[in-house]
Design a protein around this ligand. Structure first.
Ligand SMILES: NC(=O)c1ccc[n+]([C@@H]2O[C@H](COP(=O)([O-])OP(=O)(O)OC[C@H]3O[C@@H](n4cnc5c(N)ncnc54)[C@H](O)[C@@H]3O)[C@@H](O)[C@H]2O)c1
Length: 253
């Protein structure tokens, strides 16, 4: 899909590493100017430095004022926002019963509130320039119970609902919104939590992932779908949820 994003400005949150970084690289390879955003400013800068045309912004997606400033700056510098990929996220491990409200919020504040803030500010900016494409990175955890990561699953279910509502509310402004729902992908989010998950669930996560989806997915296996959804080639795709999980949700076994 070389050149399909030529002339477009794409904001990618969570761009310092993992899925966000892979998406930033793929959008750039397709011709977009990428605004690489992360709470880790050095990581965002490293991503931007590796791309053909990119700028880096340090921003905590939980901070309403900072997210407002982020989109004001992008519009001032680029005159438009064509694409948002909301990939910033965190995961924590713990059963719901006994979980403090602070622990619940530690995940919801990034994974749901952060998407709400970025997606609505992006949509407001897009509506002044004829439209755009909003892509949220949800998860297959949106579709079922998520033992030991119930706050994460609730946030992702919220992201899917929020994405569908945005697609409907903003259709007349030329804005499309779609959610990508990955299965288990090999990033620090998974690697850093594997031991905790195994202890909480009493299972070998390697075996579970192998059984469900054959293997861990790669961040670069999510990115091409983001390029397609960002581009005008997906002009009739809106309000969708796109599962990329190696077949994990296809089986009842
Ligand atoms: N890895 C998986 O198996 C998997 C599966 C489904 C969905 N996802 C989702 O994909 C997205 C990317 O996850 P990943 O696996 O690449 O994780 P990752 O930990 O590799 O990257 C997450 C990025 O988000 C950034 N971030 C965290 N909190 C932030 C904040 N408050 N403000 C701005 N940036 C912040 C981090 O600094 C990091 O660069 C997340 O939304 C995650 O929930 C991941």
């Amino acid at each position: 899909m070389n050149g399909v994003l030529e002339g477009k400005t794409a904001v990618v949150t969570g761009a310092a590493k993992g899925i966000g970084r892979a998406v930033a690289e793929a959008l750039s390879a397709a011709g977009a100017h990428v605004v690489a955003v992360d709470i880790d400013g050095d990581g965002a800068a490293a991503t931007a430095a590796a791309l053909a045309s990119a700028t880096a912004k340090q921003c905590d997606v939980r901070d309403e004022a900072a997210v407002g400033r982020l989109f004001d700056e992008v519009v001032a510098e680029r005159s438009r926002v064509d694409v948002l990929v909301a990939a910033a996220g965190v995961a924590r491990v713990g059963p719901l019963v006994g979980m403090s409200l602070a622990d619940w919020h530690s995940v919801l504040s990034v994974d749901l509130d952060g998407v709400f803030l970025c997606a609505t500010r992006a949509a407001a900016a897009m509506s002044t320039t004829g439209g755009g494409s909003i892509i949220t990175i949800a998860s297959i955890k949106a579709f079922g119970g998520s033992p030991a990561i119930g706050h994460y699953g609730a946030a992702k279910a919220g992201v899917v609902s929020l994405t569908k509502t945005l697609a409907l509310e903003m259709r007349d402004h030329g804005i499309r919104a779609n959610a990508i729902c990955p299965g288990w992908i090999g990033t620090d989010m998974v690697f850093d939590r594997t031991a905790e998950l195994e202890s909480a669930l009493g299972v070998d996560m390697g075996a579970v992932i192998g059984h469900l989806q054959g293997r861990l997915g790669e961040p670069a296996e999510i990115a091409p779908l983001a390029v397609f959804l960002a581009s005008d080639r997906s002009s009739f795709c809106s309000g969708g949820t796109y599962v990329v999980d190696g077949g994990a949700t296809a089986s009842l076994v």
